[in-house]
Design a protein around this ligand. Structure first.
Ligand SMILES: Nc1ncnc2c1ncn2[C@@H]1O[C@H](COP(=O)(O)OP(=O)(O)O)[C@@H](O)[C@H]1O
Ligand SMILES: [Mg+2]
Length: 237
């Protein structure tokens, strides 16, 4: 049996004296899509930030069978990449320059090939190479955030609500793109409030409420779980 790419055990996070994650455990296989769903304020962003190392946490984070490196920089070098909720694009820079920044840690010789793959995957961005990022539509901005992330050739992509603020039709487009990324071998930890759409493309799902895992299992089972549908999915889709 191959080992898990990511294994979280009993993760706790506090802001000041307020604990907001109360012992989260989660495992993901290499190359899989795992979604963490839950309402606003459940602790989803906090969990991603803890995995990336941008905020401190207690508990164990195993990456590829070993304790994850301590610093954010070392985690990036090890193949983790976070696309935050506020995409953090450079609005006054071109699409091309934003994409280039994603590959800054890699050698120029390796970057060229990845760049071509990225433009092939996102033809809309290829057409808009010289356009300023600030003039893109919401869906295009999300594509650009994903494209920039792919330039670092991540092994584990942490996506914080990629569908946030997008029109329903664009949500489907973006999640289809995320689903397609699986074919490149990258594993994706996908945080979403849009539970139904996320469960559709994920292998495994975790429902988080108030900093705790309430339910977990194969995404296909969660998507048809009557209790979950009624208490959660029904109200949010
Ligand atoms: N920087 C912070 N300082 C204090 N409390 C925070 C901070 N960030 C988030 N929180 C609180 O932690 C809880 C979880 O937030 P968050 O992880 O952003 O949830 P989600 O991403 O699921 O909406 C919320 O109660 C939120 O108010
Ligand atoms: Mg959030």
């Amino acid at each position: 049996m191959s080992r898990n790419l990511l294994e979280l055990t009993d993760i706790h996070v506090s802001y000041g004296r307020a604990e907001v994650l109360h012992g989260i455990s989660l495992a993901m296989r290499p190359g899989s899509i795992v979604t963490v769903i839950g309402a606003n304020g459940a602790g989803k962003t906090t969990l991603l930030n803890a995995v990336m190392g941008v905020i401190p946490s207690t508990g164990a984070i195993l990456y590829d069978g070993a304790p994850v490196p301590r610093s954010v920089e070392a985690r990036v070098a090890a193949g983790l990449c976070l696309v935050p909720e506020k995409r953090e694009l450079f609005s006054s820079m071109t699409v091309e320059d934003n994409i280039e920044l994603g590959g800054f840690l890699r050698r120029a010789s390796e970057r060229g090939e990845t760049r071509e793959e990225v433009y092939t995957r996102f033809p809309r961005l290829a057409e808009r190479r010289k356009q300023l990022a600030g003039t893109l539509s919401g869906g295009e901005r999300q594509m650009l955030a994903l494209a920039r992330a792919l330039m670092s050739r991540p092994r584990l992509l942490l996506l914080d609500e990629p569908s946030l603020g997008l029109a329903p039709k664009i949500v489907v487009d973006i999640l289809n793109i995320v689903s397609e990324l699986r074919k490149t071998g990258v594993a994706i930890l996908l945080v979403e409030q849009n539970a139904r759409a996320a469960l559709e493309i994920a292998d495994e799902g975790y429902l988080v409420e108030l900093g705790e895992v309430r339910r977990s299992g194969p995404a296909a089972e969660l998507a048809v779980d009557p209790a979950l549908m009624e208490s959660y999915l029904g109200a949010h889709s």
